[in-house]
Design a protein around this ligand. Sequence first.
Ligand SMILES: Nc1ncnc2c1ncn2[C@@H]1O[C@H](COP(=O)(O)OP(=O)(O)OP(=O)(O)O)[C@@H](O)[C@H]1O
Ligand SMILES: Nc1ncnc2c1ncn2[C@@H]1O[C@H](COP(=O)(O)OP(=O)(O)OP(=O)(O)O)[C@@H](O)[C@H]1O
Ligand SMILES: [Mg+2]
Ligand SMILES: [Mg+2]
Lengths: 254, 254
Amino acid sequence: GTRIIAIANQKGGVGKTTTAINLATGLAACGQKVLVVDLDPQGNASTGLGVSEYEMDVYDVLIGGVDLTKVICASDIPGLDVVPASADLAGAEIELIDIDHREARLNNALAPVLGKYDYILTDCPPALGLLTINALVAADSVLVPLQCEYFALEGMTRLMKSIERIRRAYNEDLDIQGIVLTMHDGRNNLCRSVEAEVREYFGDRVYRTVIPRNVRLSEAPSYGVPALVYDLACAGSQAYARLAAEMLRREGAG
Amino acid sequence: GTRIIAIANQKGGVGKTTTAINLATGLAACGQKVLVVDLDPQGNASTGLGVSEYEMDVYDVLIGGVDLTKVICASDIPGLDVVPASADLAGAEIELIDIDHREARLNNALAPVLGKYDYILTDCPPALGLLTINALVAADSVLVPLQCEYFALEGMTRLMKSIERIRRAYNEDLDIQGIVLTMHDGRNNLCRSVEAEVREYFGDRVYRTVIPRNVRLSEAPSYGVPALVYDLACAGSQAYARLAAEMLRREGAG
Ligand SMILES: Nc1ncnc2c1ncn2[C@@H]1O[C@H](COP(=O)(O)OP(=O)(O)OP(=O)(O)O)[C@@H](O)[C@H]1O
Ligand SMILES: Nc1ncnc2c1ncn2[C@@H]1O[C@H](COP(=O)(O)OP(=O)(O)OP(=O)(O)O)[C@@H](O)[C@H]1O
Ligand SMILES: [Mg+2]
Ligand SMILES: [Mg+2]
């Protein structure tokens, strides 16, 4: 069956989009069929995957009730498709308020494509509003990119409470798929002490694979390609390839 | 009179809060009376300024109509006060929808404190929702922290359009106070090329002072003090002190 994973963290700039793009590419490179759903009005996952010319996007699905299969775009990566986002999506948070079952719009929209993909990854905006809630209601589990910084650590409590609230109210199977440490710099004391605290508190839920700070990861989006395509040999790409493998092992272990 | 400056950028993690905390401290160190309004449900500006025990916060002002003077907290920095935020604020985006003049709640709430402060800085969440809109409607000008990265640059068009929309609809005096380059690393090609592009396009609106990437800036919040207090001699603090001086020169030049 299809596994739906929300990539979420309300803290801004922690590597949600970079993880969605490069983990999806890593999974596709392992022969998985993957769909990335861009739920962020910034549309960074869409441009980072080279998808730019589209007439309809996820806004039309959530608000207009358009069939999701009509807005799927192929990326240049074999086995990797994208449901793009546009700036209209910023209005969706307000427009969703008056719609019935507003929290389940994405969940219902994904029904026709279940079985066609091995993984569906949703890239969330930096907030706990109705777009992220839609992602959490539709998801089997949540992958949390975590920057080893104080403000990012401080935000984890709120994120865990929100996930718990969604689990109780809408999605009893929702669990934490894993926590991925991003922009990691082992020479930095703060980073090492945040890592130690996170591993102590969250234990095995923290991936062994750590994503290093690596400028090549931030250069790739300006060429509209994932880092694994831009520079497969760099430390950042290698880390995301390892992350994909570790995820498959964890998923396989069921 | 009092100058109200919104520190805004919908891109996450670009240094909005770090700029709000350390620019406010730099201005206070120059003898200015400063109020920081934390409009982010993450509450990072509140904890970064060491303000943690409070009964009411900006949520009670925006939604409950409580007098803003009742929620002002003194910080440990002479001349620097804080209107703190709490996680309740996340609900405000939805609760504001049905309130009259929802976009002007902060603007109206600040009226009683005009004249008591030289500067009011509002720290915005990473979104263009009703909280950021409230900050833009209340503001005389917008200070935009900009990370020299591709996704951050890509978001500038949308931000400028939003500011223009607010100017036309609600606040005809709103202008761009300045753009501050943050987490700058001169050895990084991407960073240098983004800087060149930004300076070419925005000209004098880009501050000469550039904030370098400096780990001491990210260590300070874990002690609940601004970097200027934690380590005044470090490159990050020195840059924010220069930024405060450059801002005063710009404002004085009127
Ligand atoms: N491991 C890394 N090393 C270096 N740069 C990185 C790394 N991961 C991400 N970046 C860069 O850091 C910035 C923030 O990352 P990204 O945009 O993926 O975070 P995000 O959580 O999706 O942000 P937002 O909250 O705005 O959606 C981007 O410019 C990205 O290119
Ligand atoms: N110049 C800098 N050098 C090194 N680290 C920095 C610098 N500026 C900010 N940081 C760190 O980077 C992270 C992001 O900064 P900050 O939280 O201020 O951004 P923000 O735009 O307020 O984020 P959000 O969008 O989540 O509100 C924080 O952990 C902060 O400590
Ligand atoms: Mg993102
Ligand atoms: Mg912030």
